[in-house]
Design a protein around this ligand. Sequence first.
Ligand SMILES: Nc1ncnc2c1ncn2[C@@H]1O[C@H](COP(=O)(O)OP(=O)(O)OP(=O)(O)O)[C@@H](O)[C@H]1O
Length: 699
Amino acid sequence: MSTATAHKSDGPVLDWAAGHGPVTGALSATTGAFAIATTGAATAMPPGWALAVGAAGALGHTIVGLRLRNAGRTLTTRAASWLIGAGWTTWAMTHGPLTWAALGSLATIGVGIGAAARSAALYEEAREEEAHATEQRQIATDLSAERRTIAAEWADRIQRVCGITVRVLGVEMWPTGAGFSLDAELPPGGATWSKVAAESARLSADARLPHGCTATAVPGIDQGRVIIDVTTVNVLEETRTYPSEYGPLSVLTGIPWGYRTNAEPVLAYLREQCALVVGPTGSGKTNMVHSILAGFARAQDVLTWVIDLNAGSAGLPWVLPALSGEIQSEEGKPVRPGVDWLAGTFEEAAAMLDAAVRIAKHRKMAYQDVLAKANTDLLPIDRRTPQIMLVIDEGAEILVSTDRQMRKLAEKILEVIRIARAMGLRTVLTALGATGSVLGNLMIRREAKVRVALTGGETEGMDLSKMFPGTRGLRVDQAPFKGAGFMSTPESPVALFKAWRIKPNQIREITAATSERHPVLDVVSAKAAGPAYARRWDTDRTAWMREHTPDAGSSGDGLKLTALSRQDTAEPVSPEEAMLRAFREQIDEQFDTAPDPNTPEADSADPAAGGGGLNLSALRGEQDSPAQREALALLLAAGPEGTGASAIARALADAHGTTRQTVVGWLKTWVNDRTAVRVGEGTKARYVHARHAPQTPED
Ligand SMILES: Nc1ncnc2c1ncn2[C@@H]1O[C@H](COP(=O)(O)OP(=O)(O)OP(=O)(O)O)[C@@H](O)[C@H]1O
């Protein structure tokens, strides 16, 4: 290495690390040698130096080669070429490098080195690369010929059909093989991209595209350009199952809802938007709702609340397998349901919507400092402060119902839509039809810009121009397949799309795979939501689930609980009680919850009600002081690192005047009831929330 440094400072730069092919490799050695010889001669460098430089070159190449893990054969070839070069340099310096003899001999050496390199593995690599490049060049030539033909054909077609003379600047073939995109320049004189868009159907017909394929125009890079996406293969015709990769998602980076005609996924960004999914009976709406719930279940910062007054069928497959203990996580642990709250009755739906409104209002007050700190009026959503997505099946019908009860729900739904955007609560409403009365609602028109119309070939109640105002040329018969239709978002203009097919086995898989990933409602929101939320899995409140479970008829006694079969059934236990008991056990086991003597359940005069509550540790002690709740939130937020009494006390001192001693008391209680664990000793002692605690053998 010292040679290299010395050489660097006082000689020509020899690039040892540069990638050399058989020809450039030889050139490098020979030109390097030539440079040294000329420099050497000009500066009267003693000829011995050239030999040293050659040796350095050989060494340098060897070292670099070793680093690059070149084959031994290649290394030898490289090192040898430097030594030969050094020999020439010595000779040339004594005779003058600019003589023909010297130059000729150098060229010979170069050829010799090249010949040697040719036999080395390095050359093989280079040859492969070269062959690959030639092949690519050939493909590119063929492709550009094809592209030129397409460009000419479509410029001609647009002229004929739209009466506009465009210049096609580029043709991009889609990697999925399902079509291509044209980038065209509009002629001067006021032609707009929408003029081409309006003729989409006629362009498709003129191009004789297969059924279900379209030529869709969208704005180009500026207003004088237009992009035309042409599908040539109908991927909507095929059934594609929900992608089997269930990795984490975020509401901030978009949730995939299906795929476009080019087979690319289409994302819904719902941090600020609500959504409206219209699909008549049989169009694949239920399936679409499941794939939407799948996306939300995968998200790390979303809690899904489902309202389905139609026997809760939209949410049950996400709840029952988990509640009944039918599925387990990979580690054999019980799993949490794939949705966080399911309402199948009017009362439950009303309770849920009231809780949502309370959360929105309370978050607005309680998170003022967070908003100020982040300098935003949009609550920063993350795992600790999750977004609540309310999925309301046939919610649009609730909105336009004249029934007195439904009107009440409608008002609450509209209130959530109206007040809760900034505070991270958004809705997905489905509708059987895109009727004027649904879309006539200003709130829906303004807030629900993520829109889906599942056509499935249905024409009834399907006014696409109302769903997607300002667009023409959309025809219901372009997507006559179940689960297919049109989707538009503020980021992705309306175009054909299809939902993935998702079956119960995948719903179970996703429930299991995402169980650990679901966030827990932040303490501020849980407090606002109150017992209506904390006791959402109570026996009386979930009784309807059993009534509507498909198993109820076949087995005669409701849910087939694995827990039930294990039970000592000396006393007859109702299936729903058993289900809830099993679920509570699972939750307790997983979240380290313990019966809290201070919870309302324990005070309740009704022992049945007392046994029916769910007591998540994050919600413990509704009556705890705000300071104590905040301390618990800090402990939870500290994650596996944990925190200490002093740090918590410091954080609470200003707002609540809490002393370290008080915090020490709380921490002791939490350690005793296993809400927290103490790790480390003495000054290193820290407290970790049970949810983040390292597993102990005892656990
Ligand atoms: N994305 C899809 N890909 C392929 N097939 C689908 C898709 N979506 C739905 N289907 C088919 O259509 C059938 C009906 O779907 P689904 O139950 O979701 O419709 P729906 O509109 O909710 O109808 P209903 O209101 O009658 O329940 C499914 O059983 C399935 O065979």
